[in-house]
Design a protein around this ligand. Structure first.
Ligand SMILES: [Zn+2]
Ligand SMILES: [Zn+2]
Length: 343
């Protein structure tokens, strides 16, 4: 099979991914082999490729928003059929026995495996994954539309949950939510928040693409990355990997508000006066997701329905796609097209 492997981490402008011919992987007893049709490209892929995340598997194949069809089933697999369309996300496998796995918090597992980082991912024609960690995908989304749901969407969903806006007396209705950074996750997140009844304030540095898309998707206000929204926010989410936004967002947050940090990697957070967090403001990161998050999100996305804005790249353009992502040249989400697309 053809696959993009990471020669060695380095700046994407140096084309660190190499198109390689590899043997088709063999699925284990509890795994499925999937023929990939499309794979979303996430900022985390950029962090893997550029080395912000340490190398966990040399010459790894990145990509963890995989849509494809089951091509082979391990002998212990139940509940999946050959040729069935499935999605594969970041959480490849958990240990199932640690205190986190046994208390409904498998996203914090002590011995997790991650797609496209510790095991091979979907920038390839074929991939294997444990059957219990693949998702069936709602019919309303074609392969390309579905791909960005699998990380950008799920992480956006979990970030919304961690805002604790559910606990407001008025619920989501009229809640003032800030979103800092408006890439793939932001553009799905705003659709969920709007559908739940929140007003969304978007701060992002790209006027032409990101701010315009935010307005199109119903933002109440858009501004530059460091701009101050016109009202105090009940909650805010930072999707941009920029630690300097933390004091900026805290300054915009009302008393009792929560600031959620949506990325797996962020530059250092500068120190800030205690007054910015006083008033029972809190800060939380998002780490991965549980399978329940994934299933609940996919159902909600189908119900609304969420519409993903995608920028597609041919399979041969994996490096170029990452370069475009790094330089904010994507409107919505980037998706790499592999083959066998159902449109
Ligand atoms: Zn575990
Ligand atoms: Zn991701």
């Amino acid at each position: 099979m053809k696959a993009w492997t990471l020669r060695a981490p380095g700046p994407v402008d140096g084309h660190p991914l190499e198109l390689t011919e590899l043997p088709v992987p063999v699925s284990g007893a509890d795994e499925v082999l999937v023929r990939v049709s499309a794979c979303g490209i996430c900022r985390t892929d950029l962090h893997v490729v550029e080395g912000e995340l340490e190398v966990r598997r040399p010459r790894v194949i990145p990509g963890h928003q995989i849509v494809g069809r089951v091509a082979a089933l391990g002998q212990e697999v139940k509940g999946l059929d050959l040729d069935q369309r499935v999605g594969i996300a970041w959480l490849h496998r958990t240990c199932g026995v640690c205190p986190f796995c046994t208390s409904g918090r498998e996203n914090l597992c002590e011995a997790p495996q991650f797609t496209g980082w510790t095991v091979n991912g979907g920038f390839a024609e074929m991939v294997v994954a444990p059957a219990k960690f693949v998702y069936s995908l709602p019919h309303g989304f074609d392969d390309i539309q579905a791909a960005p749901l699998l990380c950008a969407g799920i992480i956006g969903y979990r970030a919304l949950r961690l805002t604790r806006l559910d606990e407001r007396q008025a619920g989501w209705t009229g809640a003032r939510l800030g979103i800092y950074g408006f890439g793939a996750a932001g553009h799905v997140c705003i659709q969920l928040a709007r559908a739940r009844g929140a007003d969304v304030y978007v701060a992002t540095r790209d006027r032409e693409r990101h701010q315009a898309l935010a307005l199109e998707l119903g933002a109440t206000w858009v501004g530059d990355a460091f701009a101050t929204p016109p009202v105090k926010l009940d909650a805010a989410i930072i999707f941009a990997p920029a630690g300097e936004l933390v004091p900026v967002a805290l300054r915009a947050l009302d008393k009792g508000g929560t600031l959620v940090l949506g990325g797996i990697h962020m530059s250092d957070i500068p120190s800030f006066p205690y007054s910015l967090i006083y008033g029972e403001r809190s800060v939380s990161s998002v780490a991965n997701n549980t399978r329940d998050d994934g299933r609940e999100f996919l159902a909600e996305a189908a119900r609304i329905p969420v519409h993903t804005h995608v920028h597609t790249f041919p399979f041969t353009a994996a490096n170029e796609a990452l370069i475009a992502l790094k330089h904010d040249a994507i409107r919505g989400a980037a998706v790499l097209l592999i083959e066998n697309l159902e449109r």
